[in-house]
Design a protein around this ligand. Sequence first.
Ligand SMILES: Nc1ncnc2c1ncn2[C@@H]1O[C@H](COP(=O)(O)OP(=O)(O)OP(=O)(O)O)[C@@H](O)[C@H]1O
Ligand SMILES: [Mg+2]
Length: 335
Amino acid sequence: MNPENVLEVNDLEVHFRTLDGIVRGINGVSFNLRNGETLGLVGESGCGKSVTAHSIMRLLPRRISKIAAGEIWFRRQNGDDHNLTTVDPDGSLIRDIRGNEIAMIFQEPMTSLSPLHTIGDQIMEAIMLHQGLGKQEAEEHAVEMLDAVRIGNAREFIRSYPHQYSGGMRQRAMIAMALCCNPQVLLADEPTTALDVTIQAQILDLMRKLQAEFDSAIIMITHNLGVINEMADRIAVMYLGKIVEIADRRTVFKHPAHPYTVGLMQSVPEMGDMQKTRLHPIPGMIPDPFNVPQGCAFHPRCPVKNKPAACMDPSGVPLVEVEPGHMVRCTLYAE
Ligand SMILES: Nc1ncnc2c1ncn2[C@@H]1O[C@H](COP(=O)(O)OP(=O)(O)OP(=O)(O)O)[C@@H](O)[C@H]1O
Ligand SMILES: [Mg+2]
């Protein structure tokens, strides 16, 4: 692994078994996550953002999906590199890493919260398991974390079950749980969607603190351009299971190269008014997953006239570096 990176994902493919056949949830995803950076991951619904994050956590639904190809290299705190695609998903190695060195804020809070245990017990368990603290200290730390995500009266709240929380509070409790062990890598999947703007700002601050103190790296998945603009150092854009563009934030906002990114970014207003800005909808339909266009999957919707015949090349379009650090998967730039 490159010493600059904490995570290197190479040509990752995940297949789902459905009644109608195999669906490629992601289809050759490659990117690096550098130490201490925030990488924004954006793209239309269904493009594979959550599947990418779940693959890294090795939490894909076992019976219906598999990692069909690719590698996920992770550098542990102790300096060891591991390919997470080959570790036993129930083994002690991934259990030491998951929730501790790599933590995730899930799009759906109940994915990570058990309905059977109190919020306090769940956060304390993570702390005791990974940080080796005793029960008393773990409880203190859990209360601190709930305070930090602005859950008032945390000491009492800790004894409640998830169903007793409102949706927004559950999301904050899950954020507290994800941050309680100071992970090196935080996968944040729409972390602040259900929260009001003030609390959202406080949560983002909390993530920045984690980053400043522990040099943590964050993958920030969101449809909210305001959040991306505030947090991301670099942005990766996904379309139909592939990364189509990746560059530093300014480049993606100001000079996007891929016609898909150009479309997504069209609605970026002046700074300051970004808080509520969602990604721009692109005309045309996302292709049927059982009938993915050959070559560039975006070509049927691509607004560029006189598309090169290469767009339809069944061997696909490679990701090329158009300038240092700026990768694009589009025939307009291939050679
Ligand atoms: N449980 C599943 N069964 C079958 N296919 C699935 C399943 N989960 C995901 N997929 C496939 O993987 C693709 C990517 O899904 P994913 O959840 O990663 O999208 P996403 O980018 O996170 O979307 P959103 O923005 O709506 O959260 C889907 O379009 C679908 O084809
Ligand atoms: Mg998702």
